[in-house]
Design a protein around this ligand. Structure first.
Ligand SMILES: [Zn+2]
Length: 336
């Protein structure tokens, strides 16, 4: 584990020790607090002897995500007791359910826009972020990927969700929202825990303003032709003073934006990586008639490409189609 993370964990343990000691002073007879203090002291001792973060059973490094979530654990996943395993599984199931509940409706329609997405975590929880948020006549869309995997990445994902929805609700311009989130991520994160991100705002007339902060290109399909909207900035959480440049596109009726995470473009098949070009070609050839078609066509092709190769990452796809105002006049249908 990196020195900064070890020092973070050491700080966490010292803080716990202080808090426990002050509570124990007030309630000296509480045996469970004494036991907890003993555990914290023993973890601090392991720092002194250089064995902190190593499994008591096999002496291999304990999984970093788990230590960051609970600095007191002493066993790697392979050496948990049956009881500990069951408790961990219950925790993960709850976290997974909570994360699913943060997802937007599957077939959200807002004014002239219709959308569809596919969100598939590799494990119980995901560091991928996908959200759609209608505000007045606008549709905000967000897709991101937090560096790393597992519980720590999923916690960052839930932060993104809460931050975006709060900041949009305050009526801030999109540029200011991205800058605020970048600042928050820089100040509150662990080093290296940044997120690539696309966020945009679509107007009823087809105008779209979007920011691509270090993410893969967004594919704009306009009158059967495709255009790649490449990243114009660093991922959020990487540099405090980073600036973010907007990209603007005008979509006509039936035009579409297609977004994805690297679990799609970097999926491995028998012939190397799936790749962005393959998605571009697919969208040109198939000319999907709705957002749901675009998502399922890409997913089907990805599965055919990967064959029996196991997925290595979370997979998220998002399609946003300008269905045209005449046909979808003023409708806000929140799907199921
Ligand atoms: Zn072990």
């Amino acid at each position: 584990m990196a020195a900064a993370e070890m020092s973070f964990l050491h700080g966490q343990l010292r803080e716990r020790k202080q808090r426990l000691e002050s509570v124990i002073n007030a309630t000296p007879d509480d045996a469970s607090l004494q036991a907890l203090l003993h555990e914290v002291d023993s973890a601090l001792d392991r720092f002194t002897t250089g064995t902190y973060g190593l499994c008591d059973s096999c002496h291999e490094a304990i999984e970093k995500d788990r230590l960051l979530a609970d600095p007191l654990i002493r066993y790697c996943l392979d050496h948990l007791s049956k009881h500990e395993r069951a408790a961990l599984q219950r925790d993960l199931d709850l976290a997974s359910e909570l994360q699913r509940k943060l997802l937007p409706p599957r077939d959200l329609k807002v004014d002239a826009w219709e959308t569809n997405y596919h969100y598939a975590p590799l494990g119980a929880v995901s560091g991928d972020y996908c959200d759609l948020y209608p505000a007045k006549e606008q549709l905000y869309f967000m897709l991101g990927d937090v560096a790393g995997k597992g519980v720590a990445a999923s916690m960052r994902m839930t932060q993104l969700h809460a931050l975006f929805r709060s900041l949009i609700g305050m009526g801030l311009p999109l540029a200011q929202i991205v800058e605020t989130i970048n600042g928050f991520f820089c100040e509150s994160g662990l080093s290296g825990q940044y997120a690539t991100l696309v966020c945009g705002c679509a107007q009823a007339g087809g105008e779209v303003e979007l920011f691509n902060a270090g993410h893969l290109p967004v594919i704009a399909v306009q009158k059967g032709k495709t255009q790649l909207l490449e990243s114009t900035g660093f991922p959020v959480g990487m540099f405090r003073d980073a600036s973010f440049t907007p990209v603007r596109v005008q979509l006509g009726d039936d035009d579409m934006l297609f977004l994805f995470t690297d679990g799609v473009s970097e999926a491995e098949g028998g012939n190397g990586e799936y790749g962005v070009d393959r998605i571009v070609n697919l969208l040109c050839e198939k000319t999907p008639c709705c957002a749901g078609d675009a998502v399922s066509a890409c997913l089907e092709d990805l599965r055919a490409f990967a064959g029996s190769q196991p997925g290595m990452d979370d997979v998220t796809l998002l399609a946003i189609r300008h269905a045209g105002r005449d046909r979808e006049q003023g409708s806000v249908d929140r799907g199921q």
